[in-house]
Each structure stands twice: as C-alpha cells, then as structure tokens.
Design a protein around this ligand. Structure first.
Ligand code: HAM
Length: 417
C-alpha cells in the first residue's frame, strides 16, 4: 500500500463538484476584462525564484521543492506563478509591440510549508498578471476583479478586502531603518526566526504569527507614515478609484506580503473562517520585477487566488448535489439497439446518461441505479418495445409510468431540471 506524500492530497467525489464550479467560471470571467490565458511550466530553474521572489523570503529560504538535475542544474517546483509569467513575458518578447498585456493562469503550486487547515504543500492558484501601466486605475481594476470574482460565489460575508501601500525602494529604506531601531529594543523578546529577520528582512517581522512577536509588532512604526510623495499620491488615487468601482475595503498598514517583489500597492482578501490561513487571494504591484529578471523596465501588477481555500469557503455556504447520473437505462440483450438509440438521444439533449452494461435483471439493475443516486430509471423491455413506450421511474418520488417517446423529454425536463 502506497500513501500520498505529506501535505499532498487527492481530490475526488463530491469535492470535485466544488472545484469545477470555480474552474468553469474563471476563464470567462477574466476574459471580460481583456485577459488571455498563459500556460507556464511547473518546473523552472531555481535561480528564477531566488531572484524573483527574494533570497530572504520564507518561500526561497525553506519552502521550495528543489533538486539537482542530471546535468547539475538546480530546478524547483514553482512555488507561485508570477516569476514564471514574467520569465515567459521576457523570454518570448511578449512586450512587443508595446501595449498593455494581461494574462491569467491556473495550476498547482508547491511550497514545503507546515500543513494545516487551508495550507497544503501542493495547492492550486488562479492568478492574473497585467503588464505595462503604472496607473492606479489599473490597480483598482485588478482589485475589483479579485473582489467581484470571489464575491460571485456568494461568500462576501466571509471576506474582507484589505489594502496597503508598501512604498518603493526609496520609502522602504527609510522605513526599514526606523523598523530595525524599533525592533532592536525588543530583540530579546523576539522569536528566533524574527531575530534572524531583523538583519536580513525586518519587514517580514510584521507578518510573524508568534504571539510574543505580535505584541511587539502592535506598536511598530507604520510604512504609511514613510511614503514618498509619488507613492502617497498613488495610494490616495487608488483609494479614490476603488470607491468609483464601489469596492469596499479597509486599509491595513501591517500588510507586508511574503514575496519581495512588491512595491506600492499590496492587497489581500482575508477570512476568519480558515484558522491561521487567512488570505484567500492576494497580490500587488511589482514595477521593478521585469527589469530585475533581465527584461525591459515595464511595470506589473497581479494577484493569485488560493483555490483550495476558496473551495472551503464555498462549502460552508452551499451544499452541492452530488449526482452523476440523470438517467439510468435498463434493458436486455434483445433490445440493446433501441436502448443505445435512446442513450444517444438523451446525451445529445444534455442528460448524463448511463446504461446497465451487465444487462441483468430489473431488480439487480435498479439496485445499481440506486447506488449511483440516479435521478431517473428508463426501462426498455419486451412490453415497452411492443407498445412503443418507455417505462420512466422518478427515483426520488418512486412514481413510475409508461411514456411515449414524444412525451419523454418533456417529462424528464420536469423531473430533472
Ligand atoms: P501569495 O500570497 O503567496 O501570493 O499566494 C496567493 C494565495 O495562494 C494566498 O492568498 C492563498 O490563498 C494561496 N496559498 C498560498 N500558499 C498556500 C498553501 N500552502 N496552501 C494553500 N493555499 C495557499 C502569490 O503567490 C503571488 N504570486 C500573487 C501575485 C500575483 N502577486 C502578483 N501577482
């Protein structure tokens, strides 16, 4: 007996209905805003993530699944999509001719985090990335897409949108200095990870989940007090535009994000329904990333939704019917021709239809139909063929009657839809 790897999981049965609800929607949804699909590899050179996400981030320091290929190259399973989309944008010169370019992607990501509620080592993201504009109007629309897409699953009561500006390199260097001074005073009370972060990446302390650190963070200086004129103006405009889009938001000056490429706008859709895993979707602006990865100086912004987490929220709200079979046809060897012709008609009409392949007795086939939770059973036997009718049984009500071929689709429509 083999067991799955820790933090990985199988998704099957009724759960897949929830996944499909989301999977069937996002392409169409994002297309409306002018986004096109991009498919990116699951495996990339490790350097891409080290340079893209940042050497001192948790993801790069301890969460990547990395191995050495036979030729000695270090490869990693992608922990997120942005770095890969940017790599592809540069490598394929998608920036020519210059224009705004908007992409969406969907697929598994891998992070070797401690598994817990809402946190897996293989999880799925739906993400978007938009390149080519520094306008806060684009930021507002990107946030609007996240906000309205998530809320379209009727879960707005579980979600809160939080935004922040984390400034640019200029504001951040001033802020960083103040932050280090502040945390130095409490160094002995910080957790070991944060003591380490103090020298390497002090902003990450703001995101620490350890209680004693959280207490210290409460009174730490806030980035919003250190924004340069340009960043402050961008943030104010963003708030104005979000109001225009009628997006409800709260400013949370403690949002720092776990990836180093962000500048200015950062945002998260958070919930308190998933324990410590609170963000269902998150993103921000990353104006220097394309240049840092060897491309032209083109700005970018995007977000990613954690589909595993979104599924959990949708489950709280609605109970989806787990039904695979609308019509189960029971017949006998002599009438297979009539049965297959009916099978084709029903499938063409859009009904999920199956046949009792074993051509067993009505009693044993009924049992099988029941186990499959079929909505209706259609019997084609000697009497039915002789009289040019079908026996139709509504499995929920138990009602059974002979119907003509003309009446059948009408009756099914009433029972099934
Ligand atoms: P992120 O905040 O690291 O951002 O991840 C985005 C979302 O992925 C999270 O809000 C969460 O819902 C989900 N997620 C992350 N880790 C896990 C996990 N271990 N288990 C389950 N779900 C998880 C990014 O990845 C950026 N690339 C987003 C972005 C796109 N920024 C700009 N463009």
């Amino acid at each position: 007996m083999f067991k799955k790897v820790k933090g990985f999981r199988d998704i099957f049965g009724k759960d897949t209905f929830y996944w499909q609800l989301i999977e069937d929607k996002f392409r169409n949804y994002f297309s409306k805003f002018g986004y096109e699909e991009i498919k990116i590899p699951i495996l990339e050179r490790t350097d891409l993530f080290v340079r893209g996400i940042g050497e001192t981030t948790d993801i790069v320091e301890k969460e990547m699944f990395t191995f050495q290929d036979r030729d000695g190259t270090y490869l990693s399973l992608r922990p997120e999509g942005t770095a890969s989309v940017v790599r592809s944008f540069i490598e394929n010169k998608l920036y020519e001719p210059p224009s705004i370019r908007k992409y969406y992607y969907y697929g598994p990501m891998f992070r070797r985090e401690r598994p817990q509620k809402g946190r897996f080592r293989q999880f799925y993201q739906i993400g978007i990335e938009a390149f080519g504009s520094v306008s806060p109007l684009l930021d507002a629309e990107v946030i609007y897409i996240l906000y309205t897409f998530l809320n379209s699953f009727d879960i707005s009561e579980f979600l809160k949108l939080e935004i922040n500006s984390i400034g640019c390199a200029e504001c951040r260097s001033k802020y960083r200095e103040k932050l280090v001074n502040y945390f130095e005073k409490y160094k002995s009370d910080l957790c070991n990870d944060c003591i380490n972060r103090l020298g390497r990446n002090p902003l990450r302390i703001l995101d620490c989940k350890v209680e004693s650190c959280k207490i210290i963070v409460k009174n730490a200086p806030l980035i919003l007090d250190f924004l340069c004129n340009d960043c402050a103006k961008h943030f104010n405009k963003l708030k104005d535009y979000l109001n225009v889009f009628e997006v409800e938001f709260a400013v949370n000056p403690k949002i720092v994000r776990g990836l180093d490429y962000y500048v200015k706008t950062a945002f998260e859709m958070v919930t308190d329904k998933l324990g410590a895993s609170s963000a269902v979707g998150a993103g921000g602006r990353y104006d220097g990333l394309i240049k840092a990865l060897g491309g032209p100086d083109i700005p970018g912004i995007g977000f990613a939704i954690g589909v595993d987490r979104l599924v959990e929220l949708v489950k709280i709200k609605r109970d989806m019917e787990y039904r695979l079979v609308d019509c189960y046809i029971i017949t006998f060897d002599e009438y297979v021709k009539e049965a297959v012709s009916l099978l084709n008609i029903l499938r063409t009409e859009g009904y999920n239809t199956t046949i009792g392949y074993d051509l067993g007795s009505i009693k044993s086939e009924m049992k099988k139909a029941n186990r499959l939770n079929a909505k209706t059973v259609l019997i084609i036997g000697e009497d039915e063929v002789k009289n040019d009718v079908i026996t139709l049984r509504d499995m929920d009500s138990g009602e059974q009657s002979h119907v003509t071929y003309d009446e059948l689709l009408n009756k099914l429509e009433k029972i099934i839809n």
